[in-house]
Design a protein around this ligand. Structure first.
Ligand SMILES: NC(=O)c1ccc[n+]([C@@H]2O[C@H](COP(=O)([O-])OP(=O)(O)OC[C@H]3O[C@@H](n4cnc5c(N)ncnc54)[C@H](O)[C@@H]3O)[C@@H](O)[C@H]2O)c1
Length: 285
């Protein structure tokens, strides 16, 4: 077990990726404090963890990350129940969207507070208690590097998380405390069945075309990356942005366009040249 004897605080654990992180951390032997503003959701996660891992040690503290005091409460709970804090998984996010024209100061501040400031607050609250070997894992996104339109605050927050992660890594590195970010691609956080119900058949075919692996991801695939980055297996990795995106961040857009076009007009399914006309020896070059 990779996290045996470690204590972790996991935010946004009432749903999707955070729920999967809670299960995987418990499987790996960690004591976990899980939190979310969605109380039924986080209680359900605790139930799932106890079902999947009968000897799991799990504590729930529901709360809103807009509340500046939540970070201290989480750290106090983790300390009082386990005597230590070793790992922070800053996973919660406000994914509400607004175009520039519709953006309000109130919405902007809310997204930045939940997605970025709350990560800093938890790190700040935990910092005096973190010992050599501790690790921080921050959930950024593929959109931290490549933006989607109409999500100004979200895109900005996910890029800021990359900067925050590097700053934490540099500041805490001399104490052998690591900080890394995960950049997930499109993940079926609602579960594959519900995802297929919610996404049109057309879009279910389009989404995978932008990923090298030609598919979207599962929450557990992100959770396993979080286990790795939090564990001793990643002892010399810090300030890193780990893409868990099926190659969504490295696929040349030309390929995605060919794949998508092929879906609809039966054309060439790849940008890879395969006709003799394209071969160097056919043109003499
Ligand atoms: N699902 C994806 O395709 C995807 C892709 C890239 C990055 N991510 C990132 O992964 C993380 C998890 O994503 P997800 O899709 O599994 O879930 P999500 O982003 O929809 O929500 C995660 C949890 O955060 C909680 N949350 C939101 N606002 C909160 C607040 N103010 N206080 C406390 N809790 C709050 C929600 O209740 C929810 O349970 C997020 O950081 C997200 O940005 C997800």
């Amino acid at each position: 077990m990779q996290l045996s004897g470690k204590s972790a605080i996991i935010t946004g654990a009432g749903f999707g990726i955070g729920r999967a992180v809670a299960v995987e951390f418990a499987r790996e032997g960690a004591f976990i404090v899980i939190t979310d503003r969605n109380q039924p959701g986080v209680e359900e996660t605790a139930h799932l963890v106890r079902t999947e891992v009968p000897d799991a040690r799990v504590c729930v503290l529901s709360g809103d990350l807009l509340d500046a005091g939540l970070a201290l409460h989480l750290v106090e709970l983790c300390l009082s129940e386990s005597g230590r804090v070793d790992i922070l998984v800053n996973n919660a996010a406000d994914q509400t969207v607004a175009t520039l024209a519709r953006e309000t100061d109130e919405h902007w501040e809310r997204v930045i507070t939940v997605n970025v400031t709350a990560m800093m607050r938890l790190a700040r609250a935990a910092e005096p208690h973190l010992k050599s070997g501790a690790a921080i894992v921050n959930m950024s996104s593929l959109t931290g590097n490549v933006a989607l339109p109409g999500r100004l605050a979200y895109n900005t927050s996910k890029t800021a998380i990359i900067g925050l992660t590097r700053a934490l890594a540099v500041e805490l590195g001399p104490r052998n405390i690591r900080a890394n970010a995960i950049l997930p691609g499109h993940i079926m956080s609602v579960g594959e069945e519900v995802w297929k119900e919610r996404i049109s058949e057309r879009d279910q075919k389009i989404f995978p075309t932008t990923y090298a692996l030609y598919r979207v991801g599962h929450p557990r695939e992100v959770a396993r990356a979080a286990v790795f980055l939090a564990s001793e297996e990643a002892s010399f990795i810090t300030g890193h942005c780990l893409a868990v995106d099926g190659g969504g961040g490295i696929l040349n857009p030309e390929e995605a366009i060919f794949r998508t076009a092929a879906l609809f007009d039966g054309g060439t399914p790849t940008a890879t040249p395969d006709s003799d006309d394209w071969k160097p020896n056919a043109t003499g070059n």
